[in-house]
Every structure is written in structure tokens, then in C-alpha cells.
Design a binder for this molecule. Structure first.
Ligand code: NAP
Length: 245
């Protein structure tokens, strides 16, 4: 039987993992919550780069890798691609489709942290929804700004910022209340795609607020690519790699 290694860290990955049985393996970086109710094997922590992952594929007799990491986890995706080429193991990927601007949206693309800072310079109350990176820049908050940062990392707080530890999904009413309470005048986001965190974009649209969107990193191609968990599970079942009954 072909043994699968599923690289996770997203809702799509967890949805696929729920269809896996032993001896398949679900792999997580050592960052967030580890689900306890899966029947496949779960491993936690890095592999030690491309060489480490290559050794793991060989030692554990992995016959297919599915990269279902977040679209901004580009290093893991690159390592998976290179290790699979070296070990001659096929690679599939779950690549969630990005959001696209709609009528009324005012999106401003930024390539990196510097680009983001330039684009928010004339605003006062940014809402950061791009993970932990802003926490490393709290000492750089300009005198005219107050930041609202939503991320999963615990933090003791800061005099010039509110740090909100909250996990999606987020709905429209909740986002409207947050924008009101924090007097948000600009949003900073990754283009993660999916439904769970898109309400903030709708609220920015209805209020005519700009969104600074961090450009997606380039990702290596995979042998097969799927936009969501359901199509990935269907393909696994078609190839008799899992049973859906
Ligand atoms: P990254 O920069 O691409 O990866 C950093 C290192 O973390 C990798 O080189 C690898 O270590 C380890 N790693 C990442 N994903 C792993 C996995 N599924 N299993 C085992 N090791 C893993 O990733 P990141 O942006 O820090 O994200 C870390 C994790 O959080 C990813 O699994 C991702 O799916 C999830 N996540 C990321 C974001 C985001 O915005 N970046 C958002 C939501 C969830 P070794 O080199 O030692 O193997």
C-alpha cells in the first residue's frame, strides 16, 4: 500500500487528514494546536531541511507527499518539492485559490514588509491580519499610528497596539464590531483565500477602506494540484489511496 505524508497547518489539510488512516502520516510544524482525534499517525516538528525530509521519505517508505501547507509557507513547499525530486516520490499539492478584488475594493499590493509600511504610512489605525510578523516591529510603530494585530501568538501586549489572539472563522457582524471598536482605517492581509477569513475584506469594501495585500510567494509546481480538501480526498479515493466508506 502507498503510504502518504500529508504536510499540514491549514484547515484544508486537517479536512484531508480526517480521511486518513494508519499508516498514513499527518505532519505539522510545532506551532499550533495538535488535533487529538485523528486515526492516522501525527508527527510534529520540522524535518531538518531538504536532506532531513529526504531521509524521512526513504526511512518511512513514503510513496506520495501531499503539500497542504499555507500558501505563504513557501519554504516548506520548496523543501517538499526538492526532497520529492531527489527521492523520486510523487508530490501533490492543495493550493487554495487566492481572493480576487471585487467592484468597490481598493487593494494595494505589497511585496514585503517595507512595502506594507510605505502603504500604511498615511493611515492611523491599521488592522493587521497577516500572522505574527507585526509583533517583531512593535517598537517601530510611528507616533501617529495605533495598531490592532490579530494573530494566534500569545503576547503580553503593548502600549501602542492591541493584540488579539483569535482563530477564525470570522463573520461579518464580528468584523464590523471590531472595525468600529478599533476605528480601523486600513487593513493589512495575506491573500490566503477561502471563506474563513474573508469577511474583513467585505467590511473594508462596504466602508471604502483600503486593503494592503501581501503578494503571494511563488510556489513550486506539483504533479497534481487541488484547490480544496474535497477534491483532494476525491482524487485519493479514485486512486484507491484511501477509502471514503
Ligand atoms: P515555512 O516558513 O514554509 O517553514 C518553516 C519550517 O517549518 C520548514 O522549513 C519546516 O522545517 C517546518 N515546517 C513547516 N510546515 C511543516 C509541516 N507541515 N510539517 C513539518 N514541518 C513543517 O512555514 P511558516 O510560514 O513558518 O508556517 C509554518 C506552518 O504554519 C506551516 O505548516 C503552515 O502550513 C502553517 N501556517 C502558515 C501560515 C503563514 O501565513 N505562513 C498561515 C497559517 C498556517 P524543516 O526545514 O526543519 O523541515
Amino acid at each position: 500500500m502507498t503510504r502518504l505524508l500529508l504536510l499540514g497547518g491549514t484547515g484544508d489539510a486537517l479536512a484531508v487528514a480526517r480521511h486518513l488512516h494508519a499508516p498514513h502520516v499527518y505532519s505539522l510544524a510545532d506551532l499550533g494546536r495538535v488535533p487529538r482525534n485523528l486515526v492516522c499517525a501525527v508527527r510534529v516538528g520540522g524535518f531538518g531541511g531538504i536532506a532531513g525530509l529526504g531521509a524521512y521519505l526513504r526511512d518511512e517508505h513514503i510513496g506520495l507527499v501531499i503539500d497542504a501547507t499555507h500558501p505563504y509557507a513557501a519554504q516548506m513547499s520548496r523543501h517538499a518539492h526538492e526532497a520529492c525530486v531527489l527521492a523520486d516520490v510523487p508530490l501533490w499539492a492543495v493550493r487554495r485559490a487566492p481572493w480576487h478584488p471585487q467592484a468597490g475594493d481598493d487593494w494595494r499590493e505589497a511585496e514585503d514588509w517595507r512595502g506594507i509600511v510605505e502603504r500604511i504610512a498615511s493611515y492611523e489605525r491599521p488592522l493587521w491580519t497577516m500572522g505574527r510578523e507585526p509583533l517583531a516591529h512593535l517598537h517601530e510603530i510611528p507616533a501617529a499610528q495605533f495598531w490592532t494585530i490579530r494573530c494566534l501568538d500569545p503576547h503580553e501586549g503593548h502600549v501602542r497596539a492591541t493584540i488579539i489572539d483569535a482563530r477564525g472563522p470570522f463573520d461579518l457582524d464580528g468584523e464590523r464590531a471590531l472595525f468600529d471598536a478599533s476605528r480601523i482605517d486600513i487593513v493589512v492581509s495575506k491573500n490566503s483565500g477561502g471563506r474563513a477569513t474573508e469577511a474583513k475584506l467585505a467590511v473594508a469594501r462596504e466602508r471604502g477602506l483600503p486593503v494592503v495585500m501581501l503578494t503571494r510567494p511563488p510556489l513550486p509546481r506539483a504533479g497534481r494540484e487541488f484547490h480544496d480538501a474535497a477534491r483532494t480526498v476525491a482524487a485519493l479515493a479514485e486512486h484507491n489511496l484511501i477509502s471514503t466508506t
